[in-house]
Design a protein around this ligand. Structure first.
Ligand code: SAM
Ligand code: SF4
Length: 441
């Protein structure tokens, strides 16, 4: 007989959710639950969900449908839903999905072991969606055990106060709360001792880090402190908001050796009319000016962004302005989405919603344009020597090594696993749509 218990976690959505899932596994590991990739072995199934758009939300319901049979076979199986859908739907989700045992909201990760015990003791469904005033759910969560990982996420803040009119995040993640500097620095020091060489600082709007803390520290000052940590060679952060990016931060790209030459700076639309309706707090020209300043400070900086098409009221002219902005900036890459109405947000109540066919048509045109730009940018690197942090073996080929440039581009090259965790010089031989191929020098 074995006492081993297994947890299966399925993650939907962005890096924050990926990182929250790491935390979930870490918390449960302290209670003797081992992760499994085989759902049939699981004693607990947890879905960590996203409700930023309708599509990932629908996927949660289909996944829950698939797990119903497992529950019928094993009544001790605990099935739980966490993350944004859990926060948004709460009890309604329990009513809708009869075989669900547990709902844990975005501020309740640290309570998971207790909540699971409560379910197991009473076999009655449990719903925990309270918001907490303090960042205790950030600080009391143990760090993920990283094994041989070279890169790691570090949450520096949670929630958002911006209320972009299309966005559900402030409602499901709560008000913006920054994590005290010391706990962040301690976490990064520990990660460095475990062999992590690159950290990505995470928050919905990292540029406003520090608001509400008594420490009076700006994001750039936090970066300077992280920069001092021995063993950390590279620092990334996401997401930056164009309205809050400071001159000090722009200078940091040129000045700080460890800050990677890449910024993810979502612009959402190139039309001032739409940007205002979105409540974004900048114009297209202001966005272009910011990119110009970033390139002055650091000429090699790679710029990526999020953009959406089909926001209510977006006409052909607005869409053309978005395409024009893309042409002018020449982004290294773009994450592009069809606007998806989210219940409770201001934009969802605007009558002039755009039909799906128009959205898909616009998205197709935009993605085709960006595909060409990305390929051109990647090909422009051919013949150059890039410093690559080796992260592991290429999962697709299983033979080559893979890593990233400072500008966040994936590079595949022949090499041996001893290189993992090292910075190596690679000559770029070919630039493709999604990656680069190189030869170690
Ligand atoms: N905090 C980041 C910012 O301000 O850019 C973004 C966070 S959001 C989770 C990630 C991206 O999802 C956004 O930049 C936006 O492009 C997209 N997004 C958010 N709400 C959306 C919606 N209702 N429909 C489609 N895309 C949406
Ligand atoms: Fe959403 Fe806007 Fe906050 Fe980003 S800044 S999370 S898009 S409300």
């Amino acid at each position: 007989m074995t006492n081993e218990r297994f947890v299966y976690v399925q993650t939907f959505g962005c890096q924050m959710n990926v990182h929250d899932s790491e935390k979930i596994l870490s918390i449960l590991a302290e209670h003797c639950y081992r992760p499994t990739g085989d759902v049939r072995r699981a004693d607990i199934i947890l879905l960590n969900t996203c409700s930023v758009r309708a599509k990932p939300e629908h996927k949660v319901y289909s996944a829950l449908g698939r797990f119903k049979k497992l529950k019928e076979k094993n009544e001790k199986l605990v099935i739980g839903v966490g993350g944004c859908v859990a926060q948004q739907e709460g009890e309604r989700l329990l009513e809708r999905v009869g075989h669900l045992d547990l709902i844990f909201g975005t501020h309740n990760l640290h309570r998971l072991p207790d909540l699971i015990r409560e379910v197991q003791a009473g076999r009655a469904p449990v719903c925990a969606v309270e918001f907490f005033e303090e960042v205790q759910s950030l600080n009391t969560v143990p760090m993920p055990s990283h094994g041989e990982k070279v890169t790691s996420y570090v949450t520096i803040m949670q929630g958002c106060d911006n209320f972009c009119s299309f966005c559900i995040v402030p409602y499901v993640r709560g008000r913006e709360m920054s994590r005290p500097r010391e706990t962040i620095l301690e976490e990064i020091e520990t990660l460095s001792k475990r062999g992590v060489r690159e950290v990505t600082l995470l928050g919905q709007n990292v540029n406003s880090y520090g608001k509400g803390l008594s420490e009076g520290l700006t994001f750039s000052q936090l970066l300077a402190r992280v920069n001092e940590i021995e063993g950390i060679w590279r620092i990334r952060f996401t997401t930056s908001h164009p309205k809050d990016i400071s001159e000090e931060l722009i200078r940091a790209f040129g000045k700080s050796r460890k800050v990677c030459k890449h910024i993810h700076l979502p612009f959402q639309s190139g039309s001032d009319k739409i940007l205002e309706m979105m409540n974004r707090g900048y114009t297209g020209d202001q966005y272009l000016e910011t990119v110009e300043k970033l390139r002055e400070s650091c000429p090699e900086i790679a710029v990526t962004a999020d953009v959406m098409v089909g926001f209510p009221g977006e006409d052909e002219g607005d869409f053309l302005e978005t395409l024009e902005l893309i042409e002018r900036v020449q982004f290294d890459n773009l994450f592009s989405f069809k606007y998806s109405p989210r219940k409770g947000t201001k934009a969802a109540r605007v009558p002039a919603q755009i039909d799906e066919t128009t959205k898909s048509h616009r998205l197709g045109i935009l993605q085709e344009l960006q595909k060409g730009i990305t390929l051109k940018k990647n090909r422009a690197l051919e013949g150059r020597c890039e410093e690559v942090l080796v992260e592991g073996t290429n999962k697709v080929t299983g033979e080559e090594m893979t890593g990233r440039t400072s500008s966040h581009k994936v590079v595949n090259f022949k090499g041996s696993p001893e290189l993992i965790g090292q910075l190596v010089k690679v000559r770029i031989e070919a630039g493709y749509a999604n990656s680069l191929r190189g030869k170690i020098m």
